[in-house]
Design a protein around this ligand. Structure first.
Ligand code: 3PG
Length: 213
């Protein structure tokens, strides 16, 4: 059976991948996404402020699903759990992060790009994975070929996904959602241009709804 958090990702269909430098802007940013119909946010652990940003979103923006991204160590798995993440994404798969994620009990989408990656993920019972970096790893054709031997797997393609190509991914039955940073451009964050984030979110949701209904 599908975890409720995964069902949320699937229903939203588009997962904004966010790089954040100041925890204070996490709340207006999350609210701007929500205003555009995006009710999930992946906060990547790429900046020192990320953990605080995750915590503040989890506490103060109840309408959005807080997801931690770029989790690459077992310690980070435990930390994002404590910060209030309800799901976790990693760019790749390691046994040590898999084990740490098991302890948290949170849904985890490890990244895969090759058949060997998929074999490892499937052996660990991780059937829902991030396909990363999607465009660079072969795009839609690459994902189709990769998922041939793994019909039980589902994917969230991320990396080079945009409004222009998201429909090609969402049309595949094995794709539950796509991820990408385009909804939250660095310039919009710098200028606190939340209207821009809402506009990009709404466009993405509309495009996804055309395919998903
Ligand atoms: C990620 O970590 O998921 C990617 O950096 C997002 O890729 P994009 O910036 O090409 O959308």
């Amino acid at each position: 059976s599908i975890a409720p958090e995964i069902a949320r990702l699937k229903a939203c269909a588009v997962v904004p991948v966010v790089v954040i430098d100041e925890a204070e802007i996490a709340v207006p940013l999350a609210e701007a996404l929500l205003a555009g119909g995006i009710d999930v946010i992946e906060i990547t652990l790429r900046r020192p402020a990320a953990m605080a940003a995750l915590e503040v979103v989890a506490k103060r923006v109840p309408g959005i699903l807080p997801v931690a991204g770029t989790v690459v160590t077992p310690a980070q798995a435990a930390e994002v759990h404590n910060a209030g993440a309800l799901a976790v994404v990693s760019p790749g798969f390691t046994e040590s992060v898999d084990e740490a994620m098991r302890k948290t009990g949170l849904p985890w989408l490890p990244g895969v790009a090759t058949a060997s990656d998929c074999m490892r993920a499937v052996s660990a019972g991780r059937l829902t994975c991030k396909f990363f970096p999607a465009e660079q790893a072969g795009g839609v054709a690459g994902l189709k070929a990769l998922s041939g031997p793994f019909p039980q797997m589902q994917f969230c393609p991320t990396g080079g996904v945009s409004l222009a190509n998201l429909g090609n991914y969402l049309a595949l039955p094995q794709v539950i959602c796509v991820g990408g940073s385009w909804l939250v451009p660095a310039d919009a964050v710098k200028n606190r241009d939340w209207a821009q984030v809402t506009k990009l979110s709404r466009e993405a949701r509309e495009k996804a709804a055309e395919l998903r209904g």
